[in-house]
Design a protein around this ligand. Structure first.
Ligand code: NAD
Length: 477
């Protein structure tokens, strides 16, 4: 089969992983106040990578105090000085990107091809981009001399651990805020590595604090009385809980939540290119992407052609060791996520959708799911509505552009969409009717720090990235 499990030429010895790590508070690595720890494992082998301190309420309090203290000096620095730190951090990320890519791949399970060619370049680009804004805030459109909000409590997910960190930390620091960030419990390592980069860059103590831990630490952080700004990326359920818990306080909130993106292929689309875009749209990062193109809407007249080409293409993807440079499909991030995907796929079958999975041998250890398609899907099916957050594509068809738009918009979510057509006029007409924060035309899953990103409807509110991303961290004056 094309899916053989290839040995890893890229050695994990590129990066040193310590047997244990502390929390990063006020510029120092420290144990949790109650001494609690948890293990982080490699999703592709289930090997324990390290033991990490588990933050509790006392640690959250300590970190917020450190950030508050640091805020006075950090916010008073001229923007041009803050920019120097951010540029330095960006340069160190570039210099250490090989270590970071391997570390991220080990802890997350995603292919090295993606961490090396997508995650890391984008992480560095975000720091470079926001470094450039730090001394130009007067020109950002928020009035003269806009003010930072104060201490930002940031909670991020496991699907792009370092990139989500960059999306959160770079604009916060550029605007003069200080940060307490909690990475997801299954992917704590790259955030701790980043803490080390902050020290290497000479960033003043307390400006960035990293608390590894679980949802309880996230909750303690976002509800802490001295946190001025809450930034969250993750599930819609937790996002809603956070919105409820901060209601009635003076905290500013941005939420980046789930999605069920429609990838719309018209009959005049360049089919080969569209098939590549469909694959990128849903199988990049094993589909664990909030803006994934998880619903394929294909015009009836080309449905068979597109599906045949798609199945042929999926049969050539290589699933296996994420450290192998030739791997296309890596491991699912955790046993819990694999169980969620499996349950939703079983629901799809039970409701009568037709399942096709790429023929592949799954490795015996680790968490794996073969690229999967559902056809005969109607809008009533669970797999057409719920976010699966895995390598599973639901295929629906349409006859007219209006029907495509109606189906695409028939979702509680509104994060992303894609349009495939030769007609420029159709791109504009359809894009304007789609209720989604990002619409790609003849491409998918393209990111750039200059572009704002965020959702409509239950996909959240607020924008990250671009000039708009500054707004979330500033008070207009
Ligand atoms: P989650 O929302 O439970 O976790 C995201 C982050 O929030 C983690 O750091 C977690 O520790 C923290 N957290 C959990 N409960 C919290 C609380 N009450 N208060 C504050 N922080 C809390 O997401 P998950 O369990 O990792 O994944 C579940 C589903 O979420 C996935 O299947 C997927 O649908 C969705 N998801 C979406 C994104 C996205 O980018 N939009 C990312 C990851 C997961």
């Amino acid at each position: 089969s094309a899916f053989e499990y290839a040995p890893a030429p890229e050695s994990r010895s590129v990066v040193d992983i310590a047997p244990s790590y502390g929390l990063f508070i006020d510029g120092e690595f420290t144990e949790a106040a109650d001494g609690k720890v948890f293990k982080t494992v490699s999703p592709s082998s289930e090997e324990v990578l390290s033991e990490v301190a588990r933050a509790g309420t006392a640690d959250v309090d300590r970190a917020v105090k450190a950030a508050r203290k640091a805020f006075e000096k950090w916010s008073a620095l001229p923007g041009s000085e803050r920019a120097k730190y951010l540029f330095r951090i960006a340069r160190i990320i570039q210099e250490r990107s090989r270590e970071l890519a391997v570390l991220e791949t080990l802890d997350n399970g995603k292919p090295i091809k993606e961490t090396r060619d997508a995650d890391l370049p984008l992480v560095a680009a975000h720091f470079f981009y926001y470094a450039g804004w730090a001394d130009k805030l007067d020109h950002a459109g928020y009035g003269a001399n806009p003010r930072p909000l104060g201490v930002a409590g940031q909670v991020i997910p496991w699907n792009f651990p370092l990139l989500m960190l960059a999306w959160k930390i770079a604009p916060a620091l550029a605007t003069g805020n200080t940060v307490v960030l909690k990475p997801a419990e299954t992917t704590p390592l790259s955030a701790l590595f980043f803490a080390d980069i902050c020290r290497q860059a000479g960033l003043p103590k307390g400006v960035v604090n990293i608390l590894t831990g679980y949802g309880d630490a996230g909750e303690a952080l976002v509800t802490h009385g001295d946190v001025d700004k809450v930034a969250f990326t993750g599930s819609t359920a937790v996002g809603k809980a956070i919105a409820r818990s901060v209601a009635g306080t003076d905290k500013k909130v941005t939420l980046e939540l789930g999605g069920k993106g429609a990838n719309i292929v018209f009959d005049d689309a360049p089919i080969d290119q569209a098939v590549e875009g469909i694959v990128t749209g849903i199988f990049f990062n094993q589909g664990q992407v909030c803006c994934a193109g998880s619903r394929l809407l294909v015009q009836e007249s080309v449905q068979d052609e597109v599906l045949d080409a798609l199945k042929r293409r999926l049969s050539t993807l290589r699933l296996g060791d994420p450290l192998d440079k030739n791997t296309d499909i890596g491991a699912i991030n955790s046993a819990e996520q694999l169980a969620r995907i499996t349950a939703l796929v079983e629901t799809g079958e039970a409701e009568g959708a037709e399942r096709w999975s790429a023929p592949c041998e799954l490795p015996s250890s680790g968490y794996w799911f073969a690229p999967t398609l559902f056809t005969n899907v109607t809008q009533a099916h669970t797999v057409a509505r719920d976010e699966i957050f895995g390598p599973v594509l639901s295929v629906l068809s349409f006859r007219t552009p209006d029907e495509a738009v109606a189906k695409a918009n028939n979702s509680q979510y509104g994060l992303s969409a894609g349009i495939w057509t030769e007609k420029g006029s159709r791109i504009l007409a359809v894009a304007n009717k789609l209720r989604a924060g990002v619409v790609w035309a003849n491409t998918f899953n393209k990111f750039d720090p200059t572009s704002p990103f965020g959702g409509y409807k239950e996909s959240g509110f607020g924008r990250e990235g671009g000039r708009h991303g500054l707004e979330a961290y500033l008070d207009v004056r």
